[in-house]
Design a protein. Structure first.
Length: 72
């Protein structure tokens, strides 16, 4: 079973080109949907990486600041 049910369409020898076009269109829509999902996943991953980087930088700056306070 397909994840998304496809609409039925006629298939006869005279309709092969039309059928092929419909199948190609369905495949293209599926690829576009998957590409959008991958782009969203990459955006979320990038956001997480930046948050991690900012967190590490904040910890380092905090320790540097604490060491300056401890010296004085």
């Amino acid at each position: 079973m397909a994840e998304f049910p496809m609409p039925p369409f006629d298939c006869a020898p005279g309709l092969r080109l039309s059928t092929h076009e419909k199948v190609s269109q369905i495949q293209l829509q599926s690829l576009e949907r998957r590409q959008q999902q991958l782009e969203q996943m990459l955006e979320r991953l990038e956001r997480r990486l930046w948050f991690t980087l900012y967190g590490v930088a904040a910890v380092i700056l905090t320790r540097v600041f604490q060491s300056f306070l401890a010296v004085n």
